[in-house]
Design a protein around this ligand. Structure first.
Ligand code: NAD
Length: 434
């Protein structure tokens, strides 16, 4: 498993748990040193136990060296990052291609090379070309096997996926891929075998569709605010239709995270390059980009139109609960916009504060609890719906605050509850604001 980040480490640990012998490789020396000492570099529920058990059982190990493990492997997974390329939004494939060259130099005997990273259509062709060019004697079958796990529920998602997608051009890869996923196959998780290009596109189409669904309900929420309707009732009313489905219909501050923003953008670029623009997704990207600063304007409005010199407490920094991942978190843009408007920011997140610090302005201060964050604040803004924030003592919060303004960007509280505790309450898409 090359790349031991959110996807590589979870996949590696789960494959080991299935009984396979797995070596997780990373070029990040510190990460590997930490893993060798039993420290998990990311926050993912259950991952520390899973890694520890499989290391103890001798099925899982870590290294920075390619040659030995890749040479020995039947199947090599590429799980390195594919961030947005600075400047043009295309997926940056330099890490994938660098790994392809390293694999080419290290393989011995027939080896299945599997791209698990999210890569644009046609990348498998290029990985194959690079390997053959670097080592004409290499005997490889290059497969696409995109990953659909969600951070925060990654182990359960990996072990009980809705589907496994395998795109291959060389039939010799089919049996090893079935073997790798056999325990899931036995659990009736469907495996979709398809061509490599279709497989690559499935991942982008899935993420783009989900991003579009979130963006759709966010725009409906805005309309609800104008017409005095309740977006939660609308979501429920449409989500019960099986053709629509109730998931991903929660209005909020816009999608963020390590996947949707970069993957929607990469799909837009791929489609434009092929003369077949997907305008729905172009629009989705534009709407979502604007939404984060619009949420800051919501906060400013809730504070009476001016936040200069005011202290705003932000609850939740990570892009979603149960992860420490700060990539493209809506909190970043919201806090920046509030600071641009002259606000002072105090923040609290159950696990994300360390990861957030290097990304946020140094004037942001951090509190040890929601109640500490509320002390002396002029407004409390709930940005990430951590379970810890679902049953806060509103009375205690109110008495700690300078002015009782609650902006609930995840619709966790009810207007009635907030009002009963004396809060001026603003949420997303639930009728006319205070
Ligand atoms: P990550 O940044 O957490 O991990 C990537 C790892 O690859 C890092 O540890 C990095 O040091 C390592 N790496 C980079 N270049 C390397 C090289 N040449 N040799 C060895 N290691 C190298 O990224 P991630 O979130 O795990 O994402 C990996 C891929 O999986 C991306 O393409 C992403 O789009 C996709 N994906 C991510 C998720 C998710 O929820 N994070 C879900 C599905 C798919």
């Amino acid at each position: 498993m090359i790349g031991s980040g959110y996807v590589g480490l979870v996949s590696g640990a789960c494959f080991a748990d299935f009984g396979h012998s797995v070596v997780c490789i990373d070029k990040d020396v510190k990460k590997i040193a930490a893993l060798e000492q039993g420290q998990i570099p990311i926050y993912e529920p259950g991952l520390d136990e899973l890694v520890a058990e499989n290391v103890k059982a001798g099925r899982l190990s870590f290294t920075t060296e390619f040659a030995g493990p890749v040479g020995d492997a039947d199947v090599v997974f590429i799980a390195v990052g594919t961030p947005s390329r600075r400047g043009d939004g295309h997926a940056d494939l330099s890490y994938v291609y660098a790994v392809a060259r390293e694999i080419a130099a290290a393989v011995t005997g027939f080896t299945v090379v599997v791209t698990k990273s999210t890569v644009p259509v046609g990348t498998g062709d290029e990985v194959e070309r690079i390997i053959r060019e670097t080592n004409p004697a290499a005997d490889v079958a290059v497969v696409s096997n995109p990953e659909f796990l969600r951070e925060g529920a990654a182990i359960a998602d990996f072990k009980k996926p809705d589907r496994i997608v395998v795109g291959l051009e060389d039939e010799r890869a089919r049996e090893p891929m079935v073997e790798v996923y056999r325990p899931l196959y036995l659990n009736y998780s469907p495996i979709v075998f398809t061509s490599r290009r279709s497989s690559e596109l499935i991942k982008y189409a899935a993420n783009a569709f989900l991003a579009m669904k979130i963006t759709f309900i966010n725009e409906v929420a805005d309309l609800c605010e104008q017409v005095g309707a309740d977006v939660q009732a609308v979501s429920r009313g449409i989500g019960l239709d099986n053709r629509i489905g109730s998931k991903f219909l929660h209005a909020g501050p816009g999608y963020g995270g390590s996947c949707f923003p970069k993957d929607t953008l990469a799909l837009v670029k791929t489609a434009q390059d092929h003369g077949s623009p997907i305008r729905l997704i172009e629009t989705t990207v534009a709407i979502n980009d604007q939404r984060k600063r619009a949420m800051a304007r919501k906060v400013i409005q809730a504070c009476g139109g001016d936040v200069r010199g005011k202290l705003i407490a932000v609850l939740g920094l990570t892009f979603k609960p149960r992860t420490d991942d700060m990539r493209e978190a809506p909190s970043l843009a919201i806090i920046q916009a509030l600071q641009d408007a002259g606000a002072r920011i105090v923040a609290h997140d159950p696990v994300g504060m360390e990861a957030a610090k290097p990304l946020l302005d140094e004037r942001v201060t951090y509190a040890a609890s929601p109640y500490d964050a509320a002390a002396g604040a002029n407004a409390l803004v709930l940005v990430t719906e951590w379970d810890q924030f679902r049953a806060l003592d509103l009375g205690r919060l109110k008495s700690a605050m300078e002015t009782p303004v609650l902006v609930d960007l995840r619709n966790v509280y009810s207007r009635e509850d907030a009002a009963r505790h004396g809060f001026s309450y603003t949420s997303v898409g639930r009728g006319v604001d205070d």
